[in-house]
Design a protein around this ligand. Sequence first.
Ligand code: NAD
Ligand code: IPM
Ligand code: MN
Length: 356
Amino acid sequence: MYKIALLPGDGIGPEIVPQAVKVLEAVGEKYNREFQFETALIGGAAYDATGHPLPEETLELCRRSDAILLGAVGGPKWDSLEPHLRPERGALLPLRKALGLYANLRPATVKPSLADASTLKEDIVSGLDIMIIRELTGGLYFGQKHREDLPEGGQKAVETLEYSTAEVERVARLGFEMARKRDNRLMSVDKANVLESSRLWREVVEELAKEYPDVELSHMYVDNAAMQLVRNPKQFDVMVTENMFGDILTDLASQLTGSIGMLPSASIGGEVALYEPIHGSAPDIAGQNLANPIATILSAAMMLRVSFGLEQEAQAIEAAVNSVLEQGYRTGDIMQPGMTSLGTVEMTEAILKELR
Ligand code: NAD
Ligand code: IPM
Ligand code: MN
């Protein structure tokens, strides 16, 4: 029996998480696995109900679960709260930190049937299969932050970008290990021409590379990496980078696959792993049955593979998603001429039918 904590959160979160639950239940039935779900509040929803975006009960539930599935947090309603009460800074970041989830795996793969769905030319993206590893508990996100009033008027805002040798080494090691499981190529992305933290990053990665002589290591500056991801994304296999660079590059990479609604993620490194789509709460389409549930459903597949070692079950979900896309079913974000447009729930129904 696998205990899964569900944190739907805000915006489209409460629409997409139940879709992944239905898929997990169908997989459980088919392969005779038992999943037990327990739901907790997070983000704006938690703030509204309890006055805090990350209630202690939520953290406790996560700690006694075998894995966590999160929707998304945040939205205009909570944007002007004090920083420590905002869903992003008051809940999501502290949750990642508290659970020790220092690495975020964000695979960007182009499904054959979506090769012409990207805003990029088909031959540039078709067959794309890259793995971006984003450091998740360091960098600017977790540095010191403060503001001060200036004597001449106005204010100064300060944040620090900090990384230690150990923080870089553990995530870089994951990059090398991942490269070994794939094409033995690792691209470390930094800004070592300017940032001191990136100079340390590069030194640590270089040092670690001695333990992995079989892996071909390269370095690229982040500005060039952004350009190369659009110019020729298939040159990459595994990429590893710091927190904020990874945040930005993976939203960019998601568009290579057709939509940000397609990209799943796994946050690992602690006792319990957290799975979530890379997109946010999409307030512009929330509550309208428009959200693409596939990123969340594929995050559930990652959970089965990474946390539970259920490879066959994970593949069954991925195959069902591929097959539904091949049959021409689309949500609005990946809609193409001549295809059948489905809502969030109907897309899930189609995937369930395929699974059973
Ligand atoms: P977003 O990812 O929520 O939305 C960006 C665009 O992509 C929007 O047009 C949205 O409609 C679309 N989109 C996103 N997911 C989609 C899906 N599954 N199907 C179809 N279309 C989809 O980013 P944003 O608008 O910058 O942020 C909105 C809120 O979400 C903010 O409060 C932000 O802080 C928060 N956010 C949370 C997370 C998270 O919880 N992990 C991640 C990113 C942003
Ligand atoms: C993500 C999001 C978060 C991040 C925000 C909401 C804090 O953009 O999960 O990619 O920047 O990590
Ligand atoms: Mn992001």
